[in-house]
Design a protein around this ligand. Sequence first.
Ligand code: NAP
Length: 238
Amino acid sequence: MNTTKTALVTGANKGIGYAIACGLGGRGFRVALGARDDARRTEAVARLRSEGIDVFGVALDVTSDDSVAAAAATVAREAGRLDVLINNAGVGGRTDDGAQDPTTMDLDVLQQVLDTNVFGVIRITNAVLPLLRQSDSPRIVNVSSNMGSLALQTGPQMAAYAPSKTMLNSITAQYTRALSNTSILVNACCPGYVATDFTGHNSARSPEQGAAIAVALATLPDDGPRGGFFDDAGTIPW
Ligand code: NAP
């Protein structure tokens, strides 16, 4: 059996996803770099290769059933199985004109955000689940946000984005229950407030720092936690 582990990272062409790909690649994983745009994917694959990382590109738009099915087929063909899935791809949704004030909510924005941040996670997870089941120590990491914590209710008011992460957390718990009799460990994480295009680079925290908790959850030992929500400091309240 091939002992090199393969990790699929969604939305890995930039930001935290790219840093997660880099971090896992540096730990000996073969990286399946999921990205929806051909040019951005090709450029990111080349950049990782130049850093000595074993990587192949996977065309992947998590909002498209066809793209997701094709992506799963690509991973199957290239690697034969999957050891780690990092559900990182995410969007904030526009906020102008009260689009994410709940009292003036733009329902199209809510739909777009949910389609990527929640439906997208379910689409790709279920498409690659048969490949994860072939791994000895499969891991799924959902990149969430503490803005989705009902207990904390932190960050700016974003009434599409924050609830999308609340639902992602709940979905994480549902997968954990469904997979409780398997070796698949499913966890959610918050990267912290990180300097990426998403935040307008308005933070001192680097993508590498933000990636660290996802990399840690992707490389948990077999007796590691399942169904948790973590950041660098430990458990985040739901
Ligand atoms: P980013 O720099 O905007 O990167 C987002 C990535 O997701 C890009 O690669 C983007 O691809 C991809 N993506 C968006 N829609 C997609 C789709 N339909 N299919 C496939 N890929 C798609 O954002 P980031 O800050 O790295 O965020 C990564 C994750 O961390 C997100 O889930 C976000 O919610 C979460 N997060 C971020 C922060 C933060 O402070 N930055 C805090 C908490 C949680 P394109 O380049 O093609 O658009």
